[in-house]
Design a protein around this ligand. Sequence first.
Ligand SMILES: [Fe+2]
Ligand SMILES: [Fe+2]
Length: 292
Amino acid sequence: MIIGHISDIHWLDTTGAHVLDFMNKRISGGINLLAGRAKKHTKDAARCALETLKREGCDHLIVTGDISNLALPAEFSAVKAAMDSYFDDDHKTIVPGNHDYYTRESLKARRFEKMIYTSSPGNLDIGVSATWPFVRILGEVAVIGLNSARPRPWFVAGGILGQQQLDDLEKALQHPEVASRFKIVALHHNLFQVVTTPGECLRNLRERRELLAIAQKYGVQLMIHGHDHDYVYKKMDQLIVAEAGSCSVSSFKADNRAGKFNRYFIENGRLEKTETWRYEHGKYVLWKEIGN
Ligand SMILES: [Fe+2]
Ligand SMILES: [Fe+2]
């Protein structure tokens, strides 16, 4: 089975937005956009990633959050339509990022749940009442989706899972339908502190150590995330933690920050190979291949 992994599309669309929609944290987001984000993340690169995955072969697509820029309704419907034109809801799984809960208003409106989450059918009943974690069974693979995103104060982009979600994750991992399969945990926030600048602590996942410990305890083979827009591939015994980067980045200074996506080849209960594709001169090309 081939799992495709894209992240951090950061689709910008202010159609229908009212000036009042910007009288909140979106002001800082707007400044950020003016500072270059809008130029860096393009819809062409995002569409090219989807088109390349479809063409090269991908049985199921996992999207690890930040699909929108400012959690506006127009962004969710446009980015959903773009993804739908390549992968229907039976063939894609999406978890949210901090930009998808950019404001308290977007949380209150349950915009991600209503416009994106409810379109993920066929979740396994793991006996928990919360929306996250959820489990999807895809043949020999079990995908466990987590939500590490919630509205945070200005200039804070860190993630929080909460004790309940960690407890429910343990429950999910013990479910016989999950325990017997190749387990992929998908979330938005990074699990390692990639950069050590002072502001970096505002971008971390609060429970990253606890989450890694649970993943190792229950034999999770693959954890995938986004958020850092950076390339990560780290092996910890039987566990591999991977981030390709943002799939919509079309202009960049450092190699690691170029637009990227991953393909994971899973056969007979193991990850045989990971491919990373990179956006170069208007098209995606194979950049790196790691066998396991
Ligand atoms: Fe992002
Ligand atoms: Fe993020």
